[in-house]
Write a new protein. Structure first.
Length: 365
């Protein structure tokens, strides 16, 4: 039996429906971190015209899709590999590198630890410090990267802290890891939402370093989690060759491949998304400044992490106050190093954001 004290993922709308008696269609999910504009209008308009593509097998090499992604991220086509969501590529990478000891920068997404463990490896965490607003301390990290570590995992911008590492700092990390024989896996799921994403993405570094792989997907920025399309950028030819050899053929269906090509060229949609998120990020932070009973950590991505400073209020109290209004936030007490004083919510449309803030600030006043 499901209890109301369980923790819910952004995709767990059916569970929420069962527990709280709210129709999933009536829930606004501030937990899923998905683009509030929905899918690309260009995709919505043109994909139906391509439906005959399902009568044929996709190109086994996905050449056209990879070329489109390469243009989008400004790299060479041979540096791009595609998969059935970034999860498939994470699994493939872990299977091949088979890390015995992985170092994960956290608090962060739990899938990294799970994949390493499934591969027979062990994991340790480098703890981002709350008092430093969860910003990375590179000298401190260097001291903890001992000789038995063979993989460093970084989510950038990080979920749930919404903090980010600049490309200049990532170069320093890569130099340290290169000297120590450590490979670096960087998850850039949220980088496209960042105001200064061109200074945060590590994609250009793949042309100079062979010890880095960057993972991305279309679930969040392009609001298409159901298409299950992910890609990786890497300048290590041998690694990509082995991943391609191990990868099952045609893991991306024909329509998903075509959809990817369409989305990555919808410049108007991408511009509108970045403008909306930037405007709402600033506006929401301004409203949060008025609440004395919280601390929020300056967000880089499309979501914000908040610490509750009111003694008698917990993350579950806020979750329940919001969900009873049909608004779903993320209780962050299950993340490593966080507790029942932390919540996270993403930025939706202005009127939705105002509705959520009204509920949260009323409880916290």
């Amino acid at each position: 039996m499901i209890k109301h004290t369980d923790h819910f993922h952004g995709s767990d709308l059916e569970t929420i429906e069962a527990v709280y008696g709210i129709k999933k269609e009536d829930i606004v999910s501030f937990s899923a971190n998905v683009n509030p504009l929905g899918i690309s209008p260009k995709l919505k308009k043109t994909l139906s015209e391509k439906v005959d593509a399902i009568m044929s097998y996709p190109d086994r090499e996905y050449t056209s899709l990879r070329r489109c992604i390469a243009d989008y991220v400004h790299t060479e086509t041979e540096n791009v590999i595609v998969g059935n969501g970034s999860t498939e590529l994470i699994s493939l990478f872990i299977q091949i590198k088979h890390p015995k000891k992985a170092f994960i920068i956290g608090p962060t997404y739990s899938e990294y630890e799970r994949e390493v463990t499934l591969g027979g490896g062990s994991t340790l965490y480098y703890r981002l410090q709350e008092e430093k607003a969860f910003a990375i301390d590179i000298p401190a990290l260097e001291k903890e990267l001992t000789s038995d570590v063979d993989l460093l995992v970084i989510c950038n911008p990080n979920n749930p802290t919404s903090s980010a590492i600049t490309r200049n700092d990532m170069r320093k990390i890569l130099d340290i890891c290169k000297q120590k024989g450590i490979f670096v896996m960087v998850d850039e799921t949220y980088v496209e939402f960042a105001k200064d994403f061109a200074q945060i993405t590590s994609a250009p570094l793949t042309g100079y370093y062979n010890n880095i792989i960057i993972l991305r997907g279309i679930s969040k920025f392009f609001a298409a989690p159901g298409l299950r399309l992910g890609y990786a950028i890497c300048g290590n030819v041998d690694l990509l060759k082995e991943m391609n050899q191990r990868k099952n053929p045609w893991t991306i269906n024909s329509l998903a491949a075509i959809a990817g090509e369409i989305m990555f060229t919808d410049e108007d949609y991408m511009k509108e998304t970045r403008e909306l998120i930037a405007k709402e990020r600033d506006r929401i932070c301004e409203r949060l400044n008025s609440c004395k009973n919280i601390t929020y950590f300056t967000p880089t991505a499309n979501f914000v992490l908040i610490k509750i400073q009111k003694e008698d209020i917990t993350s579950m109290n806020l979750f329940e106050a919001a969900i009873r209004k049909g608004l779903m936030i993320r209780d962050c007490s299950t993340f490593p190093f966080l507790n029942n004083k932390f919540i996270r919510f993403c930025f939706m449309l202005p009127e939705q954001n105002d509705a959520l803030l009204d509920v949260l600030l009323e409880v916290l006043k």
